[in-house]
Design a protein around this ligand. Structure first.
Ligand SMILES: [Cu+2]
Length: 429
């Protein structure tokens, strides 16, 4: 362990002792909540599988609720040119018991874990602040802001100005009643410009009640939809959430170096989709952990086998000719508008800002209102904006297509002049 690592670890221990009051009765702790009467949490403080948002863990009981546990802290990520950046971020700790959620874990992911929710369910989201390993001088709280959620009381909205942030070593459970399907996003709202630039951003969407009810549209029958459209017009076969993101590497370096932060001069030089620059966007596997993360963790006695990828989410879109693709596009960047195009593919916009593009019904809902969908060759999103784009591949030649930003200076990874905000849409036979 280097001298600086030893120094940081000592500071962490001191900060943890001072903040948590370790050894006293009144200490903060990891506290998970899930479902009515907290029935979704077992004796070890772990969310029971039947309540888990991840269907891969199975479970037979329909709890009527979805639950998730996120930790918030710091970590490192690797850009497509090999550059490593210090970040703040979220990690999915749903499958960990309370005792396995520890301080100084350097676990932050970028992009944050994707949250997929179902309309009609309740959602309990526990956030545990595990503190910043590399910045023990910072006592920053964190929050979760479900951006665009239409009916949120301030206490659960994650705006620290209107309620509070979650302090290090503490947990808080946000509650949401999911009434409105659509593509949203989430981020930390604590000192939002800083924490969002540092990477606390993720995909979030709500699927509609209409899912599972077959509806025919345009000569095909669908069982999955973007909205409760009534006529199958938002039906799709495959879907992919794609979040447009970018970072200012100098800001991140100065942060790690405990220097004043250049808010006024923030200028992003790494543009990404789902936390990666091209060609990493199309790598289906989790990216290797950055060496800085490994160095720091092994210095603290953690075995290499325990080190997880900071960037597990890819941005590769695959479909078989004839399928209809749904792209859930969002932008959570704090500095730029981005325009993206998918040259050679027909793009049809069916929703904006988690609202279906449709006029009012003229007979009280019996007949759907007029479709306001439109075809386009590009979409432009500012920070906090989302849209749903459908791509029908029935008239498309099989092959590899590119979805990329037309802000051409962002087709780069730092000074490496190729890559950046681009991914591939592969249509196979
Ligand atoms: Cu934060």
């Amino acid at each position: 362990m280097t001298t600086i690592q030893t120094f940081r670890r000592t500071l962490i221990a001191l900060a943890a002792t001072a903040t948590l009051g370790v050894g006293t009765q009144a200490r903060a702790e990891v506290f998970v909540q899930c479902g009515p009467n907290n029935a979704g949490v077992d004796a070890n403080g772990m969310i029971r599988p039947a309540y888990d948002v991840d269907p891969s863990v199975g479970g037979t009981k329909d709890s009527g609720a979805q639950c998730m546990h996120l930790s918030a802290g710091d970590g490192f990520i690797k850009m497509a040119d090999g550059r490593e950046l210090y970040t703040f971020g979220f990690t999915d700790v749903t499958k960990r018991s309370a005792s396995q959620v520890t301080l100084a874990s350097l676990d932050a992911n970028f992009a944050a874990p994707t949250i997929e929710l179902k309309q009609g369910k309740d959602f309990y989201l526990t956030l545990t602040n595990v503190a910043m390993t590399m910045r023990p001088d910072l006592f920053d709280p964190h929050t979760v802001h479900f951006h665009g959620f239409p009916q949120q009381p301030p206490v659960f909205d994650g705006m620290p100005e209107g309620s509070f942030g979650v302090n290090m070593g503490s947990s808080f459970t946000y509650f949401y009643r999911l009434n409105d399907p659509g593509t949203y996003m989430y981020h930390c709202h604590q000192e939002a410009t800083e924490h969002m630039q540092m990477g606390m951003l993720g995909n979030l969407y709500v699927t509609p009640l209409q899912d599972g009810t077959p509806k025919s549209f345009g000569g095909k029958t669908y069982t999955r939809f973007v909205y409760n459209d009534g006529d199958g017009s938002t039906g799709y076969d495959v879907s992919k959430p794609l979040q447009l993101l970018s970072m200012d590497s100098q800001f991140h370096d100065l942060h790690l170096g405990v220097q004043p932060l250049p808010f006024k001069n923030m200028r992003d030089d790494y543009a990404m989709i789902n936390g990666r620059g091209y060609p990493d966007t199309v790598n289906p596997a989790p990216l290797d952990p950055p060496t800085q993360k490994i160095d720091v963790l092994t210095g603290g006695g953690v075995a290499l086998g325990d080190i997880k990828s900071s960037q597990p989410i890819n941005a590769l879109v695959t479909a078989v000719k004839g399928q209809r693709i749904l792209l859930r596009l969002s932008n959570l960047n704090v500095t730029n508008y981005y325009t993206v195009t998918a040259q050679g593919l027909p793009m049809k916009v069916v929703g904006v800002g988690a609202r279906q593009l449709r006029g009012p019904s003229l007979d009280g809902g019996t007949t759907p209102g007029k479709d306001l969908y439109f075809e386009t060759s590009s979409v432009t999103l500012g920070g906090g904006e989302s849209t749903e784009v459908m791509i029908d591949t029935r008239q498309v030649e099989p092959g590899t297509y590119f979805l990329y930003t037309t802000n051409l200076n962002f087709l780069s990874n730092g000074t490496e002049d190729s890559g950046g905000m681009m991914t591939e849409i592969v249509v196979s036979n």
